[in-house]
Design a protein around this ligand. Sequence first.
Ligand code: PLP
Length: 566
Amino acid sequence: MRRRIYLTLTAVVSLAIVLGGCSAPQVGTAEQTSTSAHEQLEEELGAFDITAEQRELAKSNEAGYEPLDAGRGNPNWINTKARYAFARLMEFAVTECQRDMSEGDMAGHGVADGVVERFDAAMDPADETDQFLIDAVDYCVGELGMDKEALLMELTDGIIGDYYPSPSRCLPLTETILNEYLQSTLYNGVDLKGQTQVFPTEGGSAAMCYIFHSLSHNRVLNPGDQIALATPIFTPYLQIPDVNNYGLVSVDVSSTSEEDWDIAEEELAKLEDPSIKAFFLVNPSNPASHALSDATLERLKRVVEKNPDLIILTDDVYGTFVSDFQTVYSVLPHNTILVYSYSKLYGATGWRIGMIAMNEDNVVDRLIDGLPNEDKAELAEEYDIVASNPDEMPFIERLCADSRSIGLYHTSGLSTPSQVFMDLLSLTHLINPDDDPYIEQSKAMVHERYVALMDALGLEPYTGRENAQYYVVVDVNELLRQRYGDDFVAWRREAVSDIDFLNDLAKKEGVVLMYGPGFDAPEGCVRISLANLNKDDYVEIARRMGELMDEYYAQYEEETSLAAAA
Ligand SMILES: *Cc1c(COP(=O)(O)O)cnc(C)c1O
């Protein structure tokens, strides 16, 4: 299936809503039955708009229930350890600055001389937060071989934020810590940290925008080029390829519930066609919340042998929710751009912290190097203002430069306090990498909710390792079939559209779910987020869904008995 996506005002508004995670203004709703590409786009955009409307309906639902919104992916938990540590480190860093100069509310810069001794003296091992900071610093020094003074200066200057990020792309010791974190959580034992470069960004959203912009700007992706999307996928990602007039044509590589949301062999084979320039996936996926199986990863390797210039862009934000997760980057490090975000696992969506990671030896640099001389000369002229050897400027540096229109490269980069917070979050994991209690707890939490929901719905939970259980896609038709049989399913399709069903669920029962086809999931599917409500709420959601379905069934029985009597 091919889709061409056009820029519309609604597209921009929706993208902003979804990426920003803010409450949505009212925009037009979508047609439900559509076939043309443009209508299809409207349908996709509709997913988030419709949910916004349903939120309103749910607030004053007819039953007077407490609204239950399982639409959002924003978690309802946070990580406390790194936040306490951030506050403590900030306090230490401010006192360090006051040693340099202190008058009223004004202080100077932190000073390296003696900082190690002062840190050791200030940290109290009897205090849990201090002990964590001691452990984190010891780990960096002992395991990663860092110089303690250099580390403390990077952390204290960084948290104070009194210098521009330098180097712009990533603070040096931070890059080592982030590499270590990615390797420990996502590579499943493959050692790539020494050959991977990292660019911290304002969340995964910014990472995606930067990547599409720079691939296009560097003429690696050109108007008319085909890119493949692993669908169903996070709605805004259906739109990015064309929202900025990139003019890319998207091809779906779809997965279905029949395959447990893994990508079937024939679908994956589409990528063997060298006219497919890039493959874009969320892994584990959103909305289906499934990671690629080992067999699919193996097949992907063979696909790339046939299409060696394929650029793979993988968004692994949900990776830690799958045990022994294996990122595509660890299987195809030279073809893959990895995006990670701290938003979900650590309850940090407001921080805007994520990153792009790429191998030093990667297909994008090779493609840029192979551009026609004229293109290379034009690009060199642009990057010349910030690079002494612009032809040699690696793509990851171009990403950083492009993020500030090249000219402001020297003031680009993620804010240093944000980088330090990423260090601290990463270190909560790294000091206990094999058995990280926080990660285990996050998995157990969504698992408990998932099982409670499936049980209450009378559906079989899928307990395969690939299931991240952060969301679940529920086929409403399947639910109805189980409860009332096929005839009723057929009647429901005619009488009550998917959108009517979701609207009724909000209006009558106060429950908000997300519209599956908006993610390119099949008709009849809804996405339920397991991240943002408590276990009992999911049982209650199932009960209310049952209540509404019973109401429909009563209507159906009435109609069929009337028809029989006539
Ligand atoms: C929630 C989510 C993210 C996180 O984005 P941030 O901008 O880092 O908050 C990234 N990708 C997908 C698919 C998501 O669902």
